[in-house]
Structures are given as structure tokens and as C-alpha cells.
Design a protein around this ligand. Structure first.
Ligand code: THU
Length: 131
């Protein structure tokens, strides 16, 4: 599958990031099982601790619209090297994705490297552990 639209949606979301404190903009986009692409940006807060990562913004939008499975994720930040999801976001992605789900991590210039969720979150605790 060509993830060009997913990458473009992540870049577009980065452009509208709300990051007045860190000035580190992040955009994320996910392809959901309903066929739609949901995007999100980081949403910072004066308290700092209430900051929401771009990935979890996108996941909240998708799940609250009825989507339940994540088929792929793209994330891009302002780093020279690729930006990968933080630990909390990896765990939240794992709730709705498979260990072989592709996670496309972009660098500042828009070049993406693909990893699987299992590579980013080895020995994951997932919903399957509760079954
Ligand atoms: N950030 C994300 O949006 N996603 C990540 O996976 C890494 C960190 C945001 C949070 C904060 O607004 C800024 O990047 C700096 O940490």
C-alpha cells in the first residue's frame, strides 16, 4: 500500500501544531479500519503536564468517530532525524493496532522510515494479555 496520503496528512497536521512552549511541532496521521485518515497535532498547555501528543490527538479523533483499528500511522516532528512516537503513545497505539502495524517516522525534511509497532514496543502489554 502507498502511504503517500498518510504522510501528507501528518505533514499538514504538523503545520497547525499548537506548541507555544516547546516550539517542537508534531503531526500524526493514522489510517483506520473505516478507510478514513485521521490526523492530529500536539496540543500543548500552560501546565505542561496537560499536553497532548499528536498521535493521541489523532487516535482520540478516530476512536470517538467510531473507528476501532489502526492500520498504519505516520508521525513527523521538527527534528533533523526521524521523530518516533513517545512511550505513552506507543502503548495507546498498541491498544488499537497489531505488532506488525507500520509506523512511518518522518524527519524534518519529510523523509520517512518505516518501523513496525512491535519493533518500537517489544514485549508489549496488549489487550490480548487480558483475554
Ligand atoms: N510530542 C508529540 O506530539 N508526540 C511524540 O510522540 C513526542 C512528543 C510533543 C509533545 C510536546 O508538545 C512536544 O512534542 C515536545 O515534547
Amino acid at each position: 500500500m502507498d502511504f503517500d496520503m498518510l504522510r501528507k496528512a501528518a505533514i499538514a497536521a504538523r503545520n497547525i501544531a499548537y506548541a507555544p512552549y516547546s516550539h517542537f511541532r508534531v503531526g500524526a496521521a493514522l489510517l483506520a479500519d473505516d478507510g478514513r485518515i485521521y490526523s492530529g497535532c500536539n496540543i500543548e498547555n500552560a501546565s505542561y503536564g496537560a499536553t497532548l501528543c499528536a498521535e493521541r490527538t489523532a487516535i482520540a479523533k478516530a476512536v470517538s468517530e467510531g473507528a476501532r483499528r489502526i492500520l498504519a500511522v505516520a508521525v513527523i516532528g521538527d527534528s533533523e532525524g526521524e521523530t518516533a512516537p513517545c512511550g505513552i503513545c506507543r502503548q495507546v497505539i498498541a491498544e488499537f493496532a497489531e505488532l506488525d502495524t507500520p509506523i512511518l517516522c518522518g524527519d524534518r525534511e519529510g523523509d520517512f522510515t518505516t518501523h513496525t509497532l512491535g519493533e518500537l514496543l517489544p514485549f508489549a502489554f496488549t489487550p490480548a494479555d487480558l483475554a
